[in-house]
Design a protein around this ligand. Structure first.
Ligand code: DLZ
Length: 157
């Protein structure tokens, strides 16, 4: 799982299914907005680069990563080919980190098991703000880019 020493955000467009006609919903947590906005930009630009029409991308904001599950559940009620949830949870002094991470991962897994449309997990779970910055447009790339590629690949399954 470690991304140290690598930038995984470079993709070969020839190997990514075309996004033409695909409807993608992106749910963005407002907590740690400095990080989540960069992740959103990476995902949005990649979807456009791969042929998704801007008008076929919808964005919904939720307060924090814990609310991403409900946001994704509502997004799945609409006509979408994939949902991307974007969040950034950063370790603090309390156990809140563990509960938020556990809640969102379990919730998104449950939604994927429903099988209506894929829900792509773009939630950074870092020990420090620096680690989050490194993965949201820094030296380890932008996980939003990877999430967009994953969404297009999963949308054609
Ligand atoms: C409360 C909380 C804390 C402490 N830390 C984060 C975080 O690092 N990242 C994040 O996305 N959200 C955090 N939250 C907010 C929770 O996700 C949630 O919004 C609140 O507990 C309200 O349900």
């Amino acid at each position: 799982m470690a991304t140290i020493h690598s930038n995984l955000s470079a993709y070969d467009k020839a190997e990514v299914p075309s996004g033409e006609g695909k409807k993608i919903s992106i749910v963005v947590a407002e907590w740690n907005a400095e990080i989540t906005e960069n992740l959103f930009d990476g995902a949005f630009q990649t979807l456009i680069d791969c042929g998704v029409a801007a008008s076929d991308i919808t964005r919904t904001n939720v307060p924090g990563s814990f609310e991403l599950v409900y946001g994704a559940r509502k997004a799945l009620e609409k006509d979408v080919d994939a949902v991307i949830v974007i969040g950034s949870v950063i370790q603090g002094q309390t156990k809140h980190f563990d509960f938020v991470c556990h809640g969102v991962t379990q919730g998104i897994t449950a939604l994927n098991l429903e099988g209506k449309a894929p829900v792509i997990f773009c939630v950074l779970t870092d020990n420090t703000l620096q680690q989050a910055q490194d993965r949201s447009g820094g030296k380890h790339g932008n996980k939003g880019v990877e999430a967009a590629v994953a969404a297009l690949k999963m949308a054609v399954l």
